[in-house]
Design a protein around this ligand. Structure first.
Ligand code: PDD
Length: 284
C-alpha cells in the first residue's frame, strides 16, 4: 500500500507530494515540527502537541495555517487512510517559499506537511525490557532548544556518535550538566527522587515529560527539576528518557558504566506503566 501524505490541503500518494526548492524549511531550517504517537489507532496527547506547536510558531512569528480542530481532523484522516494501528504522525510547518533572504518574507504562505510512520508494537519495544546504553557528548546545539525547529543536524550527529560507540543514544552535556538526549528528555532516579533538568531555553519542553512528571507527583513520588551532572547520572539508582515515540524508556549504561544494577529499574517501569495506561485511556 502506498502511503498517503498531507501537503497544503491535499491528501496525496507520497510520490506526488511536492514542496518548492525555495521553501525556507529547506533553505534555512525555518520550520517547526511535532511527532505524535498513535496507539490502537488513537492519538496520544494530541492537545499537548497542538499547544507546543502553537508556541513554537509564535516564537518564530510563523502564522499557523490550520486551526487545532482542523489539525486533529487531518491527523485522524491520515491514521484512517494509512490504516495505522501503532505508529507516529510527523507534522511540519515552515514559513513557506520565498526568494532567498535572511529577512523573514512578508508574503510567504506557510507550508504544512504531515505523514505517518507505521510502527507495529510501538509500546512493546524490546528496549523497554533491556534498557538503553547512552554516551555523554558535548551539547553543541543552538540556544533556543525550547523551540521545536527542524534544525536537527547536531542531534543526528550525536546519534551517529552513539552508534559508533556501540550505544543507543547520546546525552548532551553543557557546563558539566546533562541537558537532554538527542531526541528525548533525560532523567535520573536517586533515593526516592526523580531528577530532571528544569525547563528553560536549554531543552525542549517535552510533552511526555509534562505528563510523566504530573503522574509521578500524583503517585506521591518526589520530583526535583534541576540540572544534574554526568557523575550524578553514573552514580544514580536508575535512569530513563521520555519522548512521544519512546514513552518512558530505561537507560542502564552511561559511557560504558552500568547505572544502578545495570538493569531497568522499578521506578522507571512503574512510570512507563502509568504513562501508557493513562495516555491510552485519554487517547483521541
Ligand atoms: N523528539 N528533547 C528533544 C531534543 C526532542 O527532540 C524530543 C522529541 C524530546 C521529547 O519531547 P516529547 O516528549 O514532546 O516527544 C525532548 C521527537 C520525538 C522526534 O524528534 O522524533
Amino acid at each position: 500500500m502506498t502511503r498517503t501524505v498531507y501537503v497544503n490541503g491535499e491528501y496525496l500518494p507520497e510520490a506526488e507530494a511536492k514542496v518548492s526548492i525555495f521553501d525556507r524549511g529547506f533553505l534555512f531550517a525555518d520550520g517547526v515540527y511535532e511527532v505524535t504517537s498513535v496507539l490502537g489507532g488513537k492519538l496520544i496527547d494530541f492537545a499537548g502537541h497542538a499547544k507546543r506547536l502553537q508556541r513554537s510558531l509564535n516564537e518564530l512569528e510563523i502564522a499557523n495555517p490550520v486551526t487545532e480542530d482542523a489539525l486533529l481532523e487531518i491527523h485522524r484522516e491520515l491514521v484512517r487512510l494509512n490504516g495505522i494501528e501503532d505508529g507516529l504522525i510527523y507534522l511540519q510547518i515552515t514559513r513557506g517559499a520565498a526568494d532567498r533572504d535572511f529577512v523573514y518574507p512578508k508574503d510567504a504562505t506557510p507550508t504544512i506537511v504531515l505523514f505517518t510512520q507505521a510502527k507495529p508494537g510501538l509500546a512493546d519495544s524490546p528496549l523497554a525490557k533491556t534498557g538503553m546504553k547512552v554516551i555523554s557528548i558535548e551539547d553543541q546545539r543552538w540556544g533556543r532548544r525550547d523551540i521545536k525547529t527542524v534544525q536537527l543536524l547536531y542531534p543526528s550527529m550525536g546519534k551517529m556518535m552513539a552508534k559508533a560507540a556501540g550505544a543507543d543514544d547520546a546525552w548532551m552535556v553543557e557546563d558539566g550538566h546533562v541537558t537532554e538526549g538527542t531526541s528525548n528528555n533525560a532523567y535520573i532516579v536517586k533515593g526516592n527522587a526523580i531528577i530532571t533538568r528544569h525547563l528553560g531555553n536549554e531543552i525542549l519542553h517535552g510533552i511526555t515529560r509534562a505528563a510523566v512528571l504530573r503522574f509521578a507527583r500524583e503517585a506521591q513520588m518526589v520530583v526535583e527539576e534541576r540540572p544534574f551532572t554526568v557523575d550524578e547520572a553514573k552514580a544514580a539508582d536508575e535512569a530513563f528518557i521520555t519522548s512521544a515515540s519512546a514513552f518512558v524508556m530505561p537507560v542502564v549504561v552511561m559511557d560504558g558504566q552500568p547505572i544502578g544494577t545495570g538493569q531497568p529499574g522499578n521506578v522507571t517501569a512503574r512510570l512507563r506503566e502509568i504513562y501508557l495506561d493513562e495516555m491510552r485511556k485519554a487517547a483521541v
